[in-house]
Design a binder for this molecule. Sequence first.
Ligand code: NAP
Length: 337
Amino acid sequence: MTHPVLPTAPLGTDGPLVGVQGLGCMGMSEFYGPTDSGEALATLDAALEAGVTLFDTADMYGSGRNEEFIGPFVRANRDRVVIATKFAIERDENDPTKRAVRNDPAYIRTAVEGSLRRLGVDVIDLYYMHRRNPEVPLAESVGAMADLVRAGKVRQLGLSEVTGAELREAHAVHPIAAVQSEWSVFARDVERSAVPTAAELGVAFVPYSPLGRGFLTGAFQDAGTLAADDFRRTHPRYTGENAAANGELLAPLREIAAAHDATLAQVALAWVQQRAQVHKLTVVPIPGTRKRSRLAENTGAVALRLSAEELALLEPLAGRVAGDRYADMSNTSVGRE
Ligand SMILES: NC(=O)c1ccc[n+]([C@@H]2O[C@H](COP(=O)([O-])OP(=O)(O)OC[C@H]3O[C@@H](n4cnc5c(N)ncnc54)[C@H](OP(=O)(O)O)[C@@H]3O)[C@@H](O)[C@H]2O)c1
């Protein structure tokens, strides 16, 4: 199933129009095993060709290397690319597993300069707070982000892994264009508060890991078999007994995919788009891939329409998934709900 050029959707009430599917670039530099750089760069070009315009990175992906990697592509296509990056997760150069969550204004002012430099651009189209540190008043952090808009360094603001209440509070300080949080047929906690609040406020939703980090596609069955440094080994739901049980839950996706001559990835992506319609909000999922063939497959999902019966088959899955989204949920919106 393929689609010539993606339709577009607005990113928040004042934001730009973007292709209804974006591209997650994280795996190009870290987390999901070795990357073929040439193929990854070709995938960026192919995405733009297919109508993907929202490209997603963060300063912490590869400790800055991901922003540097996609920078030349962003600059070469500056008028067409909507570049989104993020701050807040401070890493320790000596220990890649160590993280601190920084939301203080001084940190934000320094972080943005680093992202602008590594991307090699004058302005970031969408700047997200990657994680929330509840010890810093949200109004202070969003106030500092709003200063960046006024200074012309950032065009739109976004938040990642926030609760509905946090989104509402932030939006009162400065309009928020997009919330980026995990949302897939296996991960639906956002539907409790962040999604309804975003719908009410006219904020776009950018579902990350819409393919369950690849698990929903059947590409791997147990993350324990992946490379020693593959980040998915740390996710409780993708290893051992949990992964085996969760693999069984893919049966309805397989059935639906077969009926449409589609793939599991396409069913998972079509589900997100159609679920957003139920909540009456704009979504721009950002499946991550480093391969042109998968990019074509994923963008092809916009042509797939699931029936009410098929959606009903998928409805109970998230409630049956064994294991949390992260080993430590305290930094996610769920941890603060
Ligand atoms: N805000 C946050 O906290 C946060 C957290 C995680 C991710 N993100 C963002 O969201 C983006 C997407 O999330 P994600 O990369 O974690 O997960 P994802 O999009 O659910 O899945 C990505 C994985 O699936 C594989 N894949 C992609 N398309 C496929 C297909 N059609 N068939 C089989 N396998 C396929 C990819 O491998 P290949 O690359 O080898 O194709 C990769 O291993 C990231 O790139 C990042 O920009 C944000």
